[in-house]
Design a protein around this ligand. Structure first.
Ligand code: TYD
Length: 213
């Protein structure tokens, strides 16, 4: 399975990726945990450019393209090879982060952001996308002490991002699980595990290569 975890700042994605990975390994499965931006050889440099508050005012199109470039490398060098060897891939952020942060948060044409990203991932969509939904007011309070460039954006930006994630999930409910991330981590974990176990018990997922919407 290819599973993406998405959500705003301080939603608890990394904890849930770790817990789901442990669960799948207990079932004897080969699991790769990864994240965006940055989990490739060139990734740390791209990530540093994107998150450095000194780069405030970066063009929104440049920002979208840098995230997409990081993602293209991530798909080619990390995600697809792992899926091909039969591993489950759990990624902390993927395409929907760009659709929400750049497509909904920034004043960019969402269709253009979607088109660039469809090309970047060569049509590879997750079997399941888990959206950890949290009010940005709470999420930002939980997030890092020293805000990075994106965390430093105004609350309104983060509200548009949240709405963006929820709209993506509403448009394609079969591919999404939305969980209230204000709940304790154990309750969030229970909801995620139940959905993943349900899917594992069902037919093997259809990998949507080229089935971009
Ligand atoms: P990171 O420290 O990985 O944040 P988090 O722990 O919230 O995942 O920083 C990634 C930041 O980049 C985060 O603010 C979300 C943003 N982002 C985008 O704007 N677009 C994207 O496509 C991705 C992958 C991340």
């Amino acid at each position: 399975m290819f599973i993406a975890f998405e959500g705003g700042e301080g939603a608890g994605k990394s904890t849930q990726v770790r817990r789901l990975a442990a669960h799948l390994r207990d079932l004897g499965r080969d699991v790769l945990e990864t994240h965006e931006p940055g989990d490739t050889r060139i990734g740390p440099a791209v990530r540093a450019l994107l998150l450095d508050p000194a780069n405030a005012g970066l063009s929104a199109r440049a920002e979208a393209l840098l995230y997409a470039a990081d993602r293209a490398e991530h798909v080619d060098a990390v995600v697809r090879p792992a899926l091909q060897r039969g591993a489950d891939v759990l990624t902390d952020r993927y395409v929907d982060s760009s659709l929400a942060y750049q497509g909904a948060g920034r004043p960019l044409d969402p269709q253009a952001v979607a088109a660039v990203n469809a090309w970047a991932v060569d049509g590879l969509l997750p079997d399941l996308t888990v959206v950890l939904d949290v009010d940005p007011d709470l999420g930002l309070r939980r997030a890092s002490v020293t805000p990075d460039r994106l965390e430093s954006e105004p609350l309104e930006f983060h509200r548009r991002v949240r709405t963006g994630f929820l709209q993506l999930a509403a448009r394609d409910p079969a591919r999404y699980l939305v969980v209230d991330a204000a709940l304790p981590a154990d309750a969030v974990q229970a909801a995620v595990l139940a959905e993943v176990d349900r899917r594992l018990a069902a037919d093997p997922p259809d990998r949507a290569v080229g089935a971009w919407r």
